[in-house]
Structures are given as C-alpha cells and as structure tokens.
Design a protein. Sequence first.
Length: 265
Amino acid sequence: MTISLSRRAAIAAGFSLALAAGPAFAQNQVIRIGATPGPHAEILEKVKPIAAQKGLDLKITEFSDYVVPNQALDAGELEANSFQHEPYLDNQVKDRGYKIVKVGLTVNFPIGIYSSKYKSWAEIPEGATIAIPNDPTNGGRVLLLLQDKGVIKLKDGVGFKPTVADITANPKKFKIIELEAAQTPRSLADVAAAAINTNYAVDAKIDPASAILREDAKGPYANLVVVRAADKDKPWVKTLLEAYHSPEIKSFIAERYKGAVLAGW
C-alpha cells in the first residue's frame, strides 16, 4: 500500500508530538517513608510537593511507636523512615541486626536547661543545685550538654549514656539531682536550674527559646533519614535529602515550631 506524502507528514508529526509529550506522562518514583505523628510527619507533608517536582512520589505512613518503623524498613515494606536520632538507631542495629543506615539529618528536639531565677548560665552561682532527668538516655544527654558547654568533664569513652558517677571534674561544685523527666518543669521553683525535654517545656508553657543552655541543632541527638544499607547510594536518596534540606522546609520549621524543633542540617 502506498502512503501519500501528506499522510507521511501527518504520521511523522504525530510521532514527534507523542515523543515530546512522553515525559509529561512519566510517573514519579514512589518512595514509601515512615514517620511518627507530629512534627516528623508534618514536615514530610511539606517535603512531599518539593520532592514531586524532583521526580519522587512520597507515600507517608505514620507509626504510633518507635519499634515498627525500623522493622518495616528492614523488611522492605518502606524505602525510608524519619523519626529517630543516631543513639536510638545504633541501639536498634546492634540489638536487632537491622541492615539500615543513616543518610542525612532532619530535625532536633533540643533538650535545654532553664531557670526561673537567673537570666543566663553565667549568673548561676557556685554550688547551685541543677536538676536533670533520672533516666539514662535523657540524663546522659544533659551531662553531655554540660560537658559540651565546658561546665563539667566526663570520663573518656562514656558514649551516649553517661551518669553522674562518670563526672570527673565539676569546677563550680554544682549539686546535680536526678528527677523524673516529667517532673523537671515543676522543680524550677526549688532549684537554680533544671534540664527539661522540649515536649515537657512546651506542656508547661515554657518557651523553648528561653533556655539558658541548649543543645546545638547538629548535635548527636539530631534526627535522621534512614534507609536500607543496600539503597544508600541510589539516586533517589540524594533527591529526597535535597527536597528535605530545601530553604522552604527550613523556613517552615522555624515558623511552625518557634524553636521547639530546630533544623539539624
């Protein structure tokens, strides 16, 4: 059968149009990512449209506990999760043998030291009483903060969970007392200063920005994006982090959480 020149031109034009239109119909790569409710999930919802512009379709699943997100990731039910800091991840990998790794920083919920009597740490007198949480994770976190700020010194190699017994130098002879973490806001009337987790500070109507000492946003307790070890070098991982670390997300965190949550990158 012979095709006319005009018919050939029409076919060629249609084929060219189809090629040009092809990318418009291309589907974004689906990335299933787990998070806990609250800031982690809220931030990912803001990351989602930015990631979409870069070719990723984020499917966000919320988990109400801290155990299942790593189980699901290791089992291949997720491509990534965003809810944990490095000490927790390290313990999970050690205890459960997960083949999952950190690939980037997200946010920090900084623990701070507050005072209702003094406006700055420099005003705290020698021998004053400082309250800290009595659980190993949060108490150790505060001791590391005090060491980081030059207040005390700890034994070498104490890791992420030092105790008061690990203090080797306390030049201003502070009396460090340990209380239930939830009780530390109430102790402010009785002590010179108290270390309070951000969530308890917010519940007690204490402005997180009023802390007289505070963890750095990029400290060891900054939270992470975690993926399977086999995926860590895949292009979508870099794209996901670029979307999360965008100026728009940093601005959202600052405006939405007013210092209770800090960008950790």
